[in-house]
Write a protein that binds this ligand. Structure first.
Ligand code: UTP
Length: 236
């Protein structure tokens, strides 16, 4: 067999928080540029992307909770919204990105063998799209997981309450896991730094997590490509 030139790049997984996708602030411009970034990243190597539900999901979850739906049903409402966002982005990216978001991690892995990028929302009740992204990253033996969110990294205390809070550029997994564990519960629609189970899975597999402000596209691109970026990096 002739020697293969170079090795295929290891997959990269990107988790995009719903809160940065739709915020009534130049959304069309942002979504168009984000789609272009993901299309070009997907051409240079396998890229899998999850999209969150943001405030739209939380609106439905609040309404459902007031109507007495169960936590599982509330999670399912959230999942539908995350899939709506995945469709929106996938539609803008166009072929070969599958227009219909895969509904399981196994299906997403399968799709990634023939197309990149692949965009999906949630899968089943009990976690968030960050959790789906973490599971995908482990399954794909990804080089990294990039969490594109509405904060620019991990702080030593809540930066909204403490102006003197300092961003931590590099953190080890045990420290990050305890931070996540202290700040989350199992309720539908909660909003925190990262999915608890997802953090456990990444830590166990030793996959680095990059946390960046998702609206800062040059910086998001740097994190996806594995170049230095402004934000926080969690690693072994
Ligand atoms: P998100 O992934 O958007 O969670 O899913 P989030 O923490 O609200 O993140 P942001 O604000 O978008 O960044 C929204 C909700 O949908 C349900 C959960 O209830 C979650 O809180 N969900 C999502 C699931 O139950 N399973 C999934 O796989 C994904």
């Amino acid at each position: 067999m002739p020697p293969r030139r170079g090795r295929a790049r290891a997959p990269v997984v990107v988790s995009i928080g719903g809160s940065i996708l739709l915020r009534d602030d130049h959304d069309v411009d942002y979504l168009g540029k984000l789609a272009e970034l993901l299309r070009s990243a997907g051409r240079s190597g396998p890229v899998a992307v999850t999209t969150g539900g943001g405030r739209t999901a939380r609106q439905y979850i609040r309404l459902g909770r007031e109507l007495g739906l169960t936590e599982v049903e509330l999670d399912e409402l959230g999942i539908e919204v995350t899939r709506l966002h995945a469709r929106l982005l996938a539609g803008r990216i166009g072929p070969p990105c599958p227009a219909r978001p895969p509904v399981t991690v196994a299906e997403a892995v399968h799709e990634l063998h023939r197309a990149s990028p692949v965009i999906l929302g949630g899968t089943e009740p009990g976690h968030t799209t960050d959790g789906v992204a973490a599971l995908l990253a482990v399954r794909l033996r990804a080089a990294r997981l990039v969490n594109a969110t509405d904060v620019d990294g991990v702080y030593d205390r809540d930066p909204r309450r403490y102006p003197e809070a300092r961003r931590i550029a590099r953190m080890r997994w045990p420290e990050f896991r305890s931070l996540v564990a202290a700040g989350t519960s199992a309720e539908a629609g909660q909003n925190f730094l990262f999915d608890r189970l997802g953090a456990e899975m990444l830590a166990r597999a030793g996959i680095p997590l990059a946390i960046v402000r998702g609206r800062d596209l040059p910086n998001l691109r740097a994190a996806i490509e594995g170049r230095p970026f402004d934000g926080s990096r969690i690693e072994l």
